[in-house]
Design a protein around this ligand. Structure first.
Ligand SMILES: Cc1cc2nc3c(=O)[nH]c(=O)nc-3n(C[C@H](O)[C@H](O)[C@H](O)COP(=O)(O)O)c2cc1C
Length: 199
């Protein structure tokens, strides 16, 4: 009886934990502007109107940034296919790890950690900020910086295609952000990129 009670509590806890995660829609892999049109419209934006990003747009954005476009490879290349880059997504009230394989956002922090992103004039009105994090067990930081550039351009092109605004941001608070996102010593924030709605 006692064993069953413990099991029920544990299962309940597991359900609560999973309920904090967000199962993303399947990403749409067709549509949008042509690559040439998106390149023509790619630019940095820093002024946003505060709005919630629709679920489908969120899924498409993250997939375009660094999702899997083949069984085991992604929309952004990495040196020697190390796949050292992972994305974290910072919203106003929580931060999530993007599990690209499962297409799930796993909640890693409750609460508002946007202060650690820096430049509140840009980030506070964005719908979200994507934080590009390198696993330095998998690759050297020099390669990770290049990998982040590819992800950043993917985000720029998706934003241009959808009429969203974005800007690559190197001026984040590295130590504070790593602490806020509970990163390990072998994880490093490489780049931050808010995405938002244009005025
Ligand atoms: C690695 C990198 C870091 C950047 N960091 C910042 C930043 O911290 N803040 C900012 O407002 N813009 C930042 N930018 C955006 C540049 O200022 C912007 O790309 C440049 O002015 C050219 O404008 P465009 O993107 O519209 O062509 C960064 C861009 C790159 C590539």
């Amino acid at each position: 009886m006692k064993k069953n009670l413990v099991l029920c509590i544990m299962l309940g806890f597991a359900v609560v934990l999973q309920a904090q995660d967000i199962k993303l829609n399947a990403p749409e892999k067709r549509g949008g502007k042509t690559v040439l049109e998106a390149l023509n419209e790619r630019h940095s934006e820093r002024a946003f109107v505060k709005k919630t990003m629709p679920a489908q747009t969120l899924s498409n954005l993250l997939w375009a940034a660094n999702g899997f476009n083949r069984d085991d490879k992604r929309t952004a290349p990495t040196a020697m296919n190390r796949q050292e880059m992972e994305l974290y997504v910072v919203f106003d009230n929580a931060a999530y790890f993007y599990d690209a394989k499962k297409n799930v956002l796993q909640r890693v922090v409750d609460g508002d950690v946007r202060n650690a992103l820096g430049q509140p004039n840009i980030t506070n009105n964005a719908a979200l900020s994507i934080v590009m994090v390198a696993d330095l067990n998998k690759s050297a930081i020099e390669h990770a910086r290049i990998s982040a550039g590819f992800i950043s351009q993917n985000i720029y092109l998706y934003a241009a295609s959808e009429g969203l605004g974005t800007v690559a941001r190197g001026s984040f608070k590295g130590d504070e952000l790593a602490k806020a996102l509970r990163l390990s010593e072998k994880q490093a924030v490489i780049l931050v990129q808010p995405v938002g709605f244009l005025k």
